[in-house]
Design a protein around this ligand. Structure first.
Ligand code: CIR
Length: 415
């Protein structure tokens, strides 16, 4: 079966999209980490080994692993002209300075004749040292001086170091996709790859879009949880604006066809880097179990959005029940259990949540990928009867994302 089909967080995973970390991590300037949303410089070779193990674990479970970079290359191969169209847009969004430089960079990128190498190069970024700078007499000062932030940079085009978090640039919902406008300039460029997959890839072209990258408000896939075929949870977070969820609801309820979502639950979580997305504090791991960071419990507000009676209207009501009760209502399952990250100890919870202890990828009900380093949380999950697939995480975790962040399910079996 081709196309997208995701109607839950836990139905048996059939196909998943990953990105193997590449040279983009070698172009991470240590003094630009904050702007590029990274917390450290990972050791690429080990990050790749860890990521390969993650992919192997998924294959051992019968999951077909797709790679983002390969899908984009296949989309180009299938459509003459798609690569040039992509390159125009990529260059326009790359933050290149100067009058001559865009043409020079275009020529340089076109020397990567193999589509896969070309795609990887666009992900890695371009350093000044890689190309012949224009002669001073034919260039403008802006061509010669590249200042991405407020300081001089050795890079003409920034890398996209967060690409291995395939969860965020787009989100599969039912048989369609939210193609996101992301919170930060640095990550928003990532959404171009999804655009070309859903426009041109033989297996995915024509996928309906419930959200578009030219939207005026930002949202990210880490905030989107498919609770059931008809119920979606979306975090209001640092990365997803309430207005973006309003727009999503309009599109899903009124402006597009084919989406089966009837209720959207908006979870208002604190807007901080530690919490970042809904899936950093809350993921489903079994039919009746979720992991949760205990720190959100006191402040969490949940709103339910449904299609209004009048064209274009969306009804909104706030839920005042406990989170367990709201989830029982949303999933139709009794006796929902919330398992706190760090076993409830506040120090372990904060430490392990920082390293994505609550960010699990469910492969089938009760079977989840977890980071090895979160041993307190993992012990609790183990005692709760979960089957843990343990992913090595010394280097991958430096990007502040766990197994759910590093994966975008394309197909799951229905529950
Ligand atoms: N869904 C997620 O929580 N993704 C993790 C994204 C981490 C990345 N460094 C970021 O700040 O966007």
């Amino acid at each position: 079966m081709n196309g997208i089909h995701v109607t839950s967080e836990i139905g048996k995973l059939k196909k998943v999209c990953l990105h193997r970390p590449g040279d983009e991590l070698l172009n991470l300037p240590p003094d630009e980490l904050e702007r590029l949303l990274f917390d450290d410089v990972p050791y690429l070779e080990v990050a790749q080994q860890e990521h390969d193990r993650f992919a192997e674990i998924l294959r051992e479970q019968g999951v077909e692993v797709l790679y983002l970079e390969k899908l984009v290359a296949e989309a180009f191969a299938a459509n003459p002209g798609a690569r040039d169209e992509f390159l125009d847009q990529y260059l326009a969004e790359a933050g290149i300075h100067g009058q001559k430089m865009p043409a020079i960079v275009r020529e340089y990128l076109n020397t990567f004749t193999d589509d896969l190498e070309f795609v990887k190069k666009t992900m890695a970024g371009v350093a000044k040292s890689e190309i012949d700078m224009p002669l001073a007499s034919s260039a403008t000062l802006d061509d010669l001086v590249s200042d991405h932030s407020d300081k001089q940079s050795d890079l003409i085009i920034d890398p996209m170091p967060n690409l291995y978090f395939t969860r965020d640039p787009f989100a599969c919902v039912g048989n369609g996709v939210n193609l996101n406008r992301m919170y930060s300039v640095t990550r928003n460029r990532e959404t171009l790859y999804g655009k070309y997959i859903f426009k041109y890839h033989p297996d995915y072209k024509g996928t309906p879009l419930w959200f578009r990258r030219d939207a005026p408000f930002h949202t990210e896939g880490g905030d989107v949880l498919n609770l059931t075929r008809t119920d979606l949870a979306v975090g209001i977070s640092q990365r997803t604006q309430a207005a973006a969820i309003d727009l999503m609801a309009q599109n899903i309820f009124w402006k597009t066809e084919g989406c089966e979502i009837e209720k959207i639950f908006a979870f208002d979580i604190p807007a901080s880097r530690a919490f970042m997305h809904l899936d950093t504090v809350f993921t489903q791991i079994d039919v009746d179990k979720f992991t949760i960071h205990p720190a959100i419990m006191g402040t969490l507000r949940v709103y339910e959005m449904t299609k209004g009676a009048v064209e274009g209207e969306v009804d909104i009501k706030e839920h005042t029940d406990s989170l367990e009760k709201i989830l029982e209502y949303a999933t139709g399952v009794d006796g929902i259990k919330l398992i706190p990250c760090g076993g409830g100890d506040p120090i372990a919870a904060a430490r392990e949540q920082w390293n994505d202890g609550s960010n699990t990828l469910c492969v089938e009900p009760g079977t989840i990928c977890v980071y090895q380093r979160n041993n307190v949380t993992n012990e609790v999950l183990y005692k709760e009867g979960l089957n843990l697939l343990v992913v090595p995480s010394a280097e991958l975790s430096r990007g502040r994302g766990g197994p759910r962040c590093m994966s975008m399910p394309f197909q799951r079996e229905d529950l």
